[in-house]
Design a binder for this molecule. Structure first.
Ligand SMILES: Nc1ncnc2c1ncn2[C@@H]1O[C@H](COP(=O)(O)OP(=O)(O)OP(=O)(O)O)[C@@H](O)[C@H]1O
Length: 432
C-alpha cells in the first residue's frame, strides 16, 4: 500500500514535469535562443531577428535551424557563443525534464530514489552549444558536455580501418578519426602534462595493432627515451633515438630510405606509393621537437621528409609544446596540415600551433584538445593505459629484430622488402 502511494506520488511528479516540458515552459531552448539573441543586440536595423526554420532531435543533441535576418552575419552570433551557452544554462525553479531522461529508471526498484537521481543528474548537467552556418544558422544544444575521461578500449580498434586512428570523441559522442592515408603529417602541441605523449602512444599502438605488416617507426624521444621505451623491442620499431646525436643518425637513415623510395618511384614512373602498390608506411615520431630545433642538419632532413615524404609513404609526427618559428621551420609547418593542440596559455601560443586562437580557451582538463584538419573540433583524446599498450604490442615484441635493425633502416623502400625481413625473424624466434 505504502509503495503504491509512493509510486503514484512519484508518477504524479514525473507527469507534472513532463507536462511542463511539453508545454514549453521548461525545456524551451528555442525561445531561450531567440531571447538571448535579442538581449545581445542581434537584431537587424528593421527590427527583425532570427526566425526558426526547423527543430530536430538527434542522438545526444537538439538542432535548431534559424534564418538570419538581412544585415546580420553568422560571425556575430558565433562571437556571442558564451552568452548563448550561459543563457541556456541559467538555473530556474522549473527543471527541464523530458521522458527520455527517465529511460534508465528501474520502475520496480526504489522509485523515489531513482527519480531523485534523475533530477539530481539533470541539475548537474551543463548544456553545451555549438553554432554553425551553412546558409542557415544552426544551434546544436548538447545534453551533455565532453567526458573528462575517454578510455582507450579494445572496441576502438574495430571502429577504425586501414590507416585511421581514433583521435578523440567530440560532442554528442561522435568518434573523430584521423586518417594518415589522407593527411600525412601532424603537429601536436600543448602545455606540458596535458596529453601529447599519450596521443603519440595512441597513434603508435593503434598502427601496430591495425597494420602490423606494413607499418614501421623511427621513434625520436628527446625526453630521455622514457615515453617510447616500451616500444623499443617491437618489431615494427626500427630505432628509438634518445638524444640529438641519435636523432640525427635516425633521420639520416630515414632520408636514405626516402631517397631510395623516390628513385624507385621515379624509375618506374609512379606518382606515389599508392600508385606503385606499396603498402608500407614509415612513421617518424618526434616527442619534444624543440630539443633539435638548433640542429641545422636535423632541421634540413625534417624539411625534406615533410616535403617529399607524403608521396613516398613517410609520415611525420611532430610533438612540441608550441612550434614557434625557432622550433619548427615554416616549411615543416606548411606541410603538416593536421594539428592536434592541447591547452595553451596564450592566444599567441595557440596561433603558433593552430594558426588561430582557441587553445587558450580550452578547459584545464588532461586530454582535452582541438583537432584541426579541414575544420576545428574540440575533442577528448583517448587515454591509453600502459597495461593496455603492453597487452596490444606483446605479440609483436621480438628481441632479435633489434639486432637486425641497424641493417634494416639503411635499406631502400623497394616494394615489399622491409616487412619480409620482419616476418622471417618472427618465424625463427616464435615469440609472436
Ligand atoms: N587523454 C587523456 N585523458 C586523461 N588523462 C590524460 C590524457 N592524456 C594524458 N593524460 C594524463 O596526463 C598526464 C601527462 O600526459 P602526457 O605525458 O601525455 O603529457 P605531455 O603533454 O606529453 O607532457 P610533457 O610535455 O611534460 O611531456 C598522463 O600521465 C595522464 O595522467
Amino acid at each position: 500500500m505504502f509503495v503504491e502511494i509512493l509510486s503514484s506520488a512519484a508518477m504524479g511528479s514525473l507527469l507534472g514535469y513532463t507536462y511542463i516540458y511539453q508545454a514549453g515552459l521548461g525545456g524551451n531552448d528555442k525561445k531561450k535562443i531567440e531571447n538571448i539573441a535579442k538581449n545581445c543586440g542581434l537584431v537587424a536595423k528593421d527590427g527583425k531577428t532570427i526566425r526558426i526554420h526547423r527543430r530536430s532531435k538527434k542522438d545526444g543533441y537538439t538542432e535548431y535551424v534559424f534564418q538570419i535576418p538581412q544585415g546580420l552575419s553568422a560571425k556575430e552570433f558565433r562571437n556571442k557563443l558564451d552568452h548563448f551557452q550561459d543563457g541556456l544554462n541559467i538555473k530556474k525553479s522549473v527543471l527541464d525534464l523530458a521522458l527520455s531522461d527517465f529511460k534508465e529508471v528501474n520502475w520496480r526498484g526504489d522509485l523515489l530514489s531513482e527519480i531523485r537521481a534523475v533530477i539530481e543528474k539533470r541539475q548537474k548537467l551543463r548544456k553545451t552549444v555549438e553554432v554553425e552556418f551553412d546558409g542557415m544558422l544552426k544551434f546544436r544544444v548538447y545534453n551533455e558536455g565532453l567526458p573528462e575521461l575517454f578510455e582507450y578500449t579494445e572496441e576502438l580498434f574495430d571502429k577504425v580501418k586501414t590507416w585511421e586512428i581514433p583521435i578523440g570523441v567530440a560532442l554528442g559522442g561522435r568518434l573523430i578519426k584521423h586518417d594518415f592515408d589522407k593527411l600525412a603529417h601532424m603537429i601536436i602541441g600543448g602545455t606540458t602534462d596535458f596529453g601529447k605523449s599519450n596521443a603519440l602512444k595512441v597513434i603508435i599502438t593503434t598502427l601496430i595493432h591495425k597494420q602490423p605488416k606494413h607499418v614501421s617507426f623511427s621513434l625520436i624521444d628527446l625526453k630521455g627515451g622514457l615515453s617510447f621505451s616500451r616500444y623499443k623491442n617491437v618489431k615494427q620499431v626500427d630505432r628509438v633515438a634518445k638524444n640529438s646525436k641519435e636523432a640525427l643518425e635516425a633521420l639520416e637513415a630515414v632520408q636514405l630510405r626516402l631517397n631510395k623510395t623516390m628513385e624507385y618511384l621515379e624509375a618506374n614512373g609512379y606518382e606515389d606509393v599508392k600508385e606503385a602498390g606499396i603498402k608500407d608506411r614509415h612513421f617518424i615520431v618526434i616527442d619534444e621537437a624543440a630539443d633539435i630545433a638548433d640542429n641545422d642538419k636535423c632541421q634540413e632532413i625534417l624539411k625534406d621528409i615533410a616535403r617529399r615524404g607524403r608521396a613516398a609513404g613517410f609520415r611525420l609526427l611532430y610533438a612540441t609544446q608550441y612550434p614557434t618559428r625557432e622550433t619548427v621551420s615554416s616549411q615543416v609547418k606548411r606541410n603538416c596540415i593536421t594539428r592536434l593542440c592541447f591547452v595553451l596559455d596564450t592566444e599567441i601560443a595557440s596561433r603558433a600551433v593552430l594558426d588561430e586562437g582557441g587553445a587558450e580557451e580550452l578547459p584545464l582538463i588532461q586530454g582535452r584538445a582541438i583537432y584541426k584538419a579541414h575544420k576545428k573540433t574540440v575533442i577528448q583524446t583517448p587515454y591509453i593505459e600502459n597495461k593496455f599498450i603492453e597487452k596490444t604490442i606483446q605479440p609483436h615484441v621480438n628481441i632479435r629484430a633489434k639486432r637486425e635493425s641497424g641493417k634494416r633502416h639503411e635499406q631502400g623502400h623497394t616494394k615489399g622488402t622491409t616487412r619480409r625481413k620482419h616476418t622471417l625473424i618472427v618465424e625463427e624466434t616464435a615469440l609472436s
